[in-house]
Design a protein around this ligand. Sequence first.
Ligand code: SF4
Length: 501
Amino acid sequence: MAKYKHTDAASGQGLFLTVNLKEQLLPGTFEYMLNDVLNNKIDLSNFDTNYKNDKTGASAIPPAAMMKLIIYGYSKGLKSSREIGELSKTNIIAKALTEDLEPHWTTIADFISGNNEQFREVFEKVLTYCNELGLIGGKVFAIDGCRLPSNASMELTGTEEELKKRLKIYKTMAERHIERHKRKDKKGEVTAENARHYEERQKKLNQGIEKISAFLENMEKREGRNGKELKSNVTDNESALIHTSKGYIQGYIGLAVSDDKNQVIVSAEAVGSANECEHFPRMLDETNKSIEETGIKKKRKATILADSNYFSEENLRAAEAAGMEAIIPDGDYKKRLGKKEERRYNAADFKHHKGGDYYVCPHGKRLEYKGNTYLRGKEGKEYRANVKDCRACPYFSKCIKRKKDQETMSKGRTLLIMASSEEGSLCMELKKKLNREEYQERYSRRIQIIEPVFSDIAYCKELNRFTLRGRNKVNGQWQLYCIVHNLCKCLKRYNQKKNYA
Ligand code: SF4
């Protein structure tokens, strides 16, 4: 029979080992680079102003150790402070990065939520380092947003009227809850188990009532561009109700502008808004500022690519002012690319009659002006055809989009003409340019530049929700994730420089 070697370790016997923490960080790995870059390349003295313990008070954990631990935790897909705190106790790499300091999870949580401004500065320093490694092209950029829920309750969202209704429901529920318990108590059906249950439920309902009442007392209504009241949120009023492909979420949009050479993020910001389009001009300014401060050599006419959500006259003007060429398709761009016989009639098929301000459809019927309207935050005019004309029209299936509208035919074809569709506008010029193959090809690069950034952050680093409340804190967390993404981009070039690869 074969004999194999056996040690006491197999039976669970503890071992005394000599561990040199520095030796745990192996050259060529992300943690080795992280340790070197944050110790030697990036100045973290901007955190010093937070500490007032030079004469009295306990010594604090150095910001470098905190940053290394958090970045390492985020890179491993851990986003809660408790998990990162646990990591510093159980993971030898985390111990090596923090020099065995083991910060408590509350210290980590406070550090993440209280250093928004400092993280922005670190983000710029990391960007400067990316530039030193030659990772940034400065020629083509792409912008987009990642819609993520935050630590805000969906249930406590609504207009003033809706929140008042919810408060009423909570109060009724609390009253019924007490009555039900009293009835059970009379019958002697209350056990120790359901008494505890009752107390917990009652506590929750009371907390909900208190929260909504306090919020309604100081509530300032939020208004959208079209003057309509926006929904407020009791738990985090800086977050927004955002539409995603999977329904609505209460959260923030993490905006990022990335460079085409290596998908390095050059500008990042989290916004509590349902409409990312309006943040485009500010993001361009931020990008230019980052480029200036970090010494990136921007090409004379850099290009910025964005999807149709950003298409507006205002944004195109902002890009011009920022010295960039914007390539942003309008909402009908994909339809126009479709085969002619398959596509439905769109605004381009209707002729405007300037004298009377009405449109004439391909069947020769008039669409009258019905008033101004807003679509996805953009202003425009609404025109409508006479329902009798449309009912008798042989082209109605090609003209009226929704199957339900085709069946009911309750109103004539509606035509929305956004301000951007006017002749001579920057939008019209861009629409014409996008009919050319050259521009279509340039625009097709957008997905390759920006989407890998979000897949890296959302899937590889597992950021599927922000764990904080309040715009500043969420913005700090978003900046941290963008720092992690950019540092990961540095690894290959860093190793090549050090001859580790
Ligand atoms: S459906 Fe109405 S608007 Fe459309 S082509 Fe026919 S008549 Fe004109």
